[in-house]
Write a protein that binds this ligand. Sequence first.
Ligand SMILES: *Cc1c(COP(=O)(O)O)cnc(C)c1O
Length: 455
Amino acid sequence: MTVTPEQFRRVHTDVPGPRSRALLDRAGAALPAGLGSVLPVFVEAAGGGVVVDADGNSFIDLGSGIAVTTVGNAAPAVAERAAAQLRRFTHTCYLVNPYESYVEVCERLNALAPVRDARTALFNTGAEAVENAVKVARAATGRPAVVAFDHAYHGRTLLTMSLTAKNTPYKQGFGPFATEVYRAPMAYPYRWPSGADRCAEEATAALTELVDRRIGAGNVAAVVVEPIQGEGGFVVPAPGFLPSVARLCRERGIVLIADEVQSGIARTGAWFACEHEGIEPDLVTTAKGLGGGLPIAAVTGRAELMDAVPAGGLGGTFSGNPVACAAALGVFEEIETHDLLARARAIGDTMLTALRAIAEEHAVVGDVRGRGAMVAIELVGPGTTPAPELTARIARRCHRDGVLVLTAGTYGNVLRFLPPLSIPDALLAEALTVLRAAVAAETGRSGAFTAQRVP
Ligand SMILES: *Cc1c(COP(=O)(O)O)cnc(C)c1O
């Protein structure tokens, strides 16, 4: 039996409240400064659409632990399957003794991923999946170089930090970085210098130039792309860009890696965000939403590439842990029994409609974008100048008023919304009302930019 907290918003203390503050003092003495929290309230319960803290405050959850609890926190099928597996055995190491649930998770991903004749290997984290996808691409091609994009986020390990675009806080002080990483412009319609209409074509030209002239196509193992960028600010590439990237890779024997760690597993209203643009990557990475909160990650890819690594070349002590595999099977069950793909699309429609209305009222909302339950607003002014302080203030006001929102973006000026698909409609509507009031209050306070639309 899982316990879902009562579904309401309530803040009856300061945020953080006295019990959370006492725990923060303990954390401050025991943990390094490098571990920060977006909303430093200590959690006692979570589920449906709320997170409940140690002071009895109940926050509407628009973050899902960064796109992890897509099917809900402690979702019944996840919790029950994981608990049953916990009682049977907790670990063998797949590299020592295999077990059926590992194979079943791989079979499910092979059938669902937009990859023909697929094979899957399991890992623990998103970064580990991306690292292994690059290992597979290099082994299969015999080439060293990897191309990533502006605004990309791929993790915090040496290689994935090197693939990540933003310096602070992800890279500052952590060099030297991995070699043979090259960066191309992302087709970011809102910020493309010559306008959104020219974005896909010019970004494709820039990628082609980088690959063919500067690196040399024969040296490029892989292009790694998030079909919707996550930490970089929920950038949806200009229509047509991803198909152009896929074509460029195919023509040059370059492995196309779609990093779907954040966008995959029902988040955008499809199993994989690649489906929206009809592209078939060679390798796909998944992680965040895959385990319903338990750590599990995967690389799913064409057999001919995946099999290029000989036995012993892939894996890890904990990779594809049996409890996490049971949880992942619970995630598939939840998505199918509750038609959560449709639920993600409906949540997206509700959010986009409400956010566009807020953008109509407030010129500081320069862009509204996203797909399914992965949407964001970009805050600017004057013109398209990023407004990170305003963004932080709106986020803090939402937190104080009982709505958990996350920020994102290279310029720190994006508010992103990733509700669990288990959120009740009434709570989602309430959260959007709180957000609207927060934008109004903070924009009014800052004085400017309420009157006219950004051209
Ligand atoms: C979060 C994320 C990662 C890293 O995942 P971890 O589990 O934190 O290592 C990689 N790629 C993308 C697109 C992500 O959003």
